[in-house]
Design a protein around this ligand. Sequence first.
Ligand SMILES: NC(=O)c1ccc[n+]([C@@H]2O[C@H](COP(=O)([O-])OP(=O)(O)OC[C@H]3O[C@@H](n4cnc5c(N)ncnc54)[C@H](O)[C@@H]3O)[C@@H](O)[C@H]2O)c1
Length: 252
Amino acid sequence: MLKQRVAIITGAARGIGQSMALHFSRLGASVVAADRLDCEETVRQIGNASGEAIGVIGDVTSARDASTIVEASIAEFGHVDILVNNAALYGGIRITGFEDIPEEEWDRVMSVNVKGVWQMCRAVAPRMRHRGHGRIINISSNVVFMGKPGFLHYVASKGAVWALTNALSRELSGTGITVNGLAPGYTTTDATRSMASPEAVKELETEILRSQSVPRLIEPADLVGAAAFLASEAAEFVTGQTIVVDGGTITR
Ligand SMILES: NC(=O)c1ccc[n+]([C@@H]2O[C@H](COP(=O)([O-])OP(=O)(O)OC[C@H]3O[C@@H](n4cnc5c(N)ncnc54)[C@H](O)[C@@H]3O)[C@@H](O)[C@H]2O)c1
């Protein structure tokens, strides 16, 4: 499905980004796994499965690092077809009333989750425009459509990703580049499981299961089908859309 495609996946050191990198590789893509953390484990697992991958350490909020990530793709694989903007400040966020969010944390969440997406998009766009082809997939969240309380900065940042996706798809009209979003529901990763005490997480997961039409907790691998479709040639006419993959919590 993604044979001969080159995919940059940010936040690929762990969690959803790592799973996306492994699955995209299985579908035939060469992978650039980018993260502010070392992606050695992701690259190793892809290599063990006879896939092609490199790891690049970089902070997506930095224009210089964003450019380094894109240029590493060009140097290793000659081009870049797919960008998955998955990196975000999610793991480690404390559930807090809106008045008590530390100001520095508000700024950092906005910077990584929104500015980081913009930095990566503007670093990759000239390369994709030049080839007349590109697939940008921005990871948002279903909390945008739920108005979920307890982490206003995170919800606002993912709402901005949704809006950015719509507007950028139009700015890139006629270039062969599509821009779409993927809005997962609660997905079991180390990040979600460390958000609260084991008892509180269990309670949250019971509540989430009750809200879903599909009676199973979402795992990172469950998000790959929609992402791979958006990255594929089959999605040529899909742009400016955000697909919610949350087992049916949100119905729009
Ligand atoms: N897990 C969920 O329930 C869930 C639900 C909806 C959306 N999401 C979104 O999915 C994505 C992945 O979530 P996850 O659960 O795997 O979270 P995670 O916190 O485990 O992974 C995020 C990754 O991004 C990297 N990262 C953070 N800041 C960075 C920066 N400045 N530059 C480069 N890399 C950076 C981290 O090092 C980490 O590897 C995020 O965008 C998150 O908001 C997650």
